[in-house]
Design a binder for this molecule. Structure first.
Ligand SMILES: [Zn+2]
Ligand SMILES: [Zn+2]
Length: 173
């Protein structure tokens, strides 16, 4: 996703809306996630501000029952990009490339290329835990049955003897 900075500058101080679908380059194939981006951008002197949110439908594995499931990942963002050179000044192959300078993002040229920014944003928003449904019952710890589909007849007594030993130790404490 690329923003044309001279266009933004024509509406200096005002937020302009963009809607964009961005295929991320993670594995380099068609399984890579698609981000739907709602973005507002504004040019203020020597700076481009962006704010908005993105969402992506992801395929993952439920942390409880290990089934494959699809879920929606969303993230809000707000960022400032400092422009290093004068508008219109040619900056060759550095054009649009964003770098980090201390705490700040900086870029050169007339184009603000946000692809890498959104790739990082996506990678950093990965959940630690995925659930196929909020009340997923998980797997039986004895027979491994998926308790969302069937109720097995296992009881706590069928637990691995090693667990029983642990239980006993616990009770003796
Ligand atoms: Zn599950
Ligand atoms: Zn069971």
């Amino acid at each position: 996703m690329k923003l044309n900075v001279p266009d933004l500058r024509k509406a200096e101080g005002k937020f302009v809306s963009y809607n964009s679908a961005l295929r991320l380059n993670i594995a380099g194939n068609e399984d890579d996630p698609m981000l739907k981006i709602n973005l507002q951008a504004a040019y203020v002197p020597k700076m481009v501000l962006i704010k908005g949110n993105w969402e992506a439908e992801i395929e993952g594995e439920c942390s409880r029952c290990l089934e494959k499931c699809r879920y929606l990942l969303t993230e809000n963002f707000y960022e400032e990009f400092k422009q290093l050179n004068i508008l219109g000044e040619s900056s060759g192959k550095d054009n649009g490339i964003i770098a980090e300078e201390g705490e700040m993002f900086v870029f050169r040229g007339d184009t603000l290329n946000l692809n890498e920014y959104f790739r990082q944003s996506f990678l950093m928003s990965q959940p630690l835990k995925i659930l196929c449904r909020s009340n997923c019952k998980g797997l039986c710890s004895v027979c491994g049955a998926n308790l969302n589909y069937k109720q097995c007849n296992c009881s706590e007594d069928d637990l691995d003897p090693r667990w029983n030993l642990l239980q006993k130790l616990k009770e003796e404490q």
